[in-house]
Write a protein that binds this ligand. Sequence first.
Ligand code: HEM
Length: 262
Amino acid sequence: MTDMTVFDVLLWVAFPYVAAASFIVGHILRYRYDKFGWTSRSSQTYESKWLRWGSPMFHYGILGVFAGHVVGLLIPREWLYFIGIDEHTYHLGATWLGTVVALITIAGIVILLARRGAVRRITRVTTVMDVVMYVFLAGALVLGTIAVIQFQVLGEGYDYRGTVSPWTRSLILFQPDASLMVGVPLIFQLHVLCSTALFLIWPYTRLVHVLSVPVWYLFRPYVVYRSRDDHRGARAIRRGWEKSPVIESKHPKQKQRVGAGR
Ligand code: HEM
């Protein structure tokens, strides 16, 4: 067994569990106490030309990265052998597909960040928490991509499925084994630590919107609009402009138009 220090246990056992607890409890608290703040705080109304490119690139890219992590970290290699994916096939797919989706995601986030910096109205609605979140998000992306390019594309290849992957599963199964992470190359370690920090702060950022993908939107009935005035729908439609009905308020001078201010 690899020599371990208290520091290793703090980094590879305590820190991930603190981050996981923060992720779960933080989401519950945020939902209970800040339901109306549960939003991506979209900036589409301020600028949409660049967003139209940056947002799909980032989101489709990150979905690819996520899928790659599920296969590489959570599925033991023996299971993949069983369905015919041997070591060579896995590494070919993981390296090339992984690199392509990683570069698309990074190009997307570069566009999103450049736009945030260049468009004044978006810079002004950017909070301190947004900046902190972007540092860890971009950090995780860049460190992961450097690790893959340095070791898998240009180097001999690093067998993370013998270390990082079983370590991830050991945490999920509540049988943490910090020794698996001790000899891992620094760039992979930094990638994992940066990602763990991202999970820790996740619920207190706009990333909460990831948990509210509007799946039910596909199945719910259409929104039905009806006139407020029962009689209006029944009478014949006249050509041309029509005055909107005016409601008399308590104060005779203040008349209110129906629909005004919406
Ligand atoms: C603690 C959780 C995480 C672990 C243990 C982990 C581990 C790894 C490992 C082992 C690789 C190498 C994969 C390969 O060679 O194919 C990798 C690559 C990568 N990771 Fe992570 N990762 C984690 C979280 C994240 C997060 C949250 C992000 C994004 C914000 C991310 C983004 C990337 C990217 C972009 C790559 C480059 C290759 C690819 O697209 O898969 N990782 N990660």
